[in-house]
Ligand binder design. Structure first.
Ligand SMILES: *Cc1c(COP(=O)(O)O)cnc(C)c1O
Length: 385
């Protein structure tokens, strides 16, 4: 077993966070109490969105977005191949068909040209993924969506704090989903959020979270009534109050943490641009990157070996490298259910052979960053010409 001394990502929890959680645990409401709305309102302000609805996970938030749009069987939704499976799974939960679009070679974001090619009479929506924390080309995606009468959903699970042309991730698409898994920018253990500027979508997401019921238990208790109506088929996707207390406390540290992530990325950029056999992803001028991930490509020229050997030697050196992602259309479920497979998205497939995610998280020390850089140099040196 190789236990990574420096993981690729991890949460930062301090005494203030712990106190906030303990306080709620001692209160009357430990789930669906006053902290939910507080967290939602604070989050909405941070991402410049009129509405925010909290969920038990980022996956639940994506599912709610598909429900809010009314995605159902027979509908097609375009998703990038280079993402976590949950981005596509949420379409399948609603009976829809994910249609995989390829990514651009320079930064592995959904390719607007390929999106246009994959639109059919059944297409209802596009889900864009701000891979690694770099926002997609929203001007083009919005134009394509408008022209073809499609909804645009942003999977911003990597992109809390990112900006495209001065606009925050969370305010760019019809609906946006975030995740609060411990490796993401802020954590609630498990958790997620949907943001939107659409006054009709927000209540749809809200009732979906609670079985499709129009009032929650706290509202009924306050109004002194037992009556409620279930008007849609929803789920129990509720987040607890003590998780929202953690989320609120974490949110206050987001600006500092984003600064730290960007500092680490700058140090990596400076170091790796001189390394043989490593190439960096492109960062466009018009974005502010949130650096959920720091991904490099191990290119074959100059390197005698493949990504596997370098991955293994970094893991042996205690560096918790990872690979984000196996293209979704290559997973057995998608191959069997939707007849996808190799060749469908060649750029994502080729990138997958080369990419490796290096540690980046706010708690990393300058020494840790130096350790990673040295380990990468050693691992690539021993394999280069
Ligand atoms: C983390 C993540 C999700 C899922 O979020 P969970 O909170 O783990 O359910 C979805 N999409 C992307 C791109 C992610 O990184």
């Amino acid at each position: 077993m190789n236990h990574a001394k420096i993981p690729y990502g991890r949460q930062s929890i301090d005494d203030e966070d712990i106190r906030a959680v303990v306080e709620v645990l001692k209160s009357d409401w430990i789930t669906t109490g006053p902290l939910i709305e507080k967290f939602e309102n604070a989050f909405a302000l941070v991402v410049d969105a009129p509405y925010a609805v909290a969920f038990s996970s980022g996956t639940a938030a994506l599912h709610a977005a598909m429900f809010a749009l009314g995605i159902t069987s027979g509908d097609e939704v375009i998703v990038p191949a280079m993402t976590f499976a949950a981005t596509a799974n949420c379409i399948v939960y609603q009976g829809g068909t994910p249609v995989f679009a390829d990514v651009t070679p320079d930064n592995l974001l959904i390719d607007p040209d390929d999106v246009e090619k994959k639109i059919t009479s059944k297409t209802r929506a596009i889900i864009s993924v701000d891979y690694a924390g770099h926002p997609c080309d929203y001007d083009r995606l919005k134009t394509i969506a408008r022209k073809n009468d499609l909804f645009l959903v942003e999977d911003a699970c990597h992109a809390l704090g990112a900006e495209y042309r001065g606009k925050k991730a969370g305010s760019l698409a019809d609906l946006t989903a975030f995740s609060f898994h411990p490796v993401k920018h802020i954590t609630t253990g498990e958790g997620g959020m949907v943001t939107t500027d659409d006054p009709d979508m927000a209540p749809r997401a809200r009732i979906f979270r609670n079985h499709g019921i129009t009032t929650d238990q706290r509202q009924r208790s306050e109004q002194g009534t037992w009556y409620y109506e279930m008007v849609e088929l929803g789920y129990n996707y509720r987040i607890t109050d003590f998780q929202c207390a953690l989320g609120l406390s974490q949110l206050r540290k987001l600006p500092r943490w984003l600064t730290r992530r960007r500092e680490i990325a700058r140090r990596y950029d400076e170091a790796f641009k001189t390394f043989v056999g490593i190439s960096l992803l492109n960062v466009h001028q018009d974005v502010t990157h949130a650096y959920h991930l720091y991904v490099v490509r191990l290119t074959s020229d100059g390197l005698k070996t493949n990504r596997k050997a370098i991955f293994t030697s970094l893991r042996e050196a205690g560096i918790g490298v990872n690979v984000h992602y196996i293209p979704v259309h290559l997973h057995p479920f998608y191959r069997e259910r939707f007849r996808t497979g190799p060749g469908l998205c060649p750029i994502a497939e080729a990138a997958y052979e080369q990419i490796i995610s290096l540690p980046i998280f706010p708690g990393m020390s300058e020494d840790d960053v130096g350790t990673v850089i040295r380990a990468v140099r050693d691992a690539t040196d021993s394999y280069s010409g």
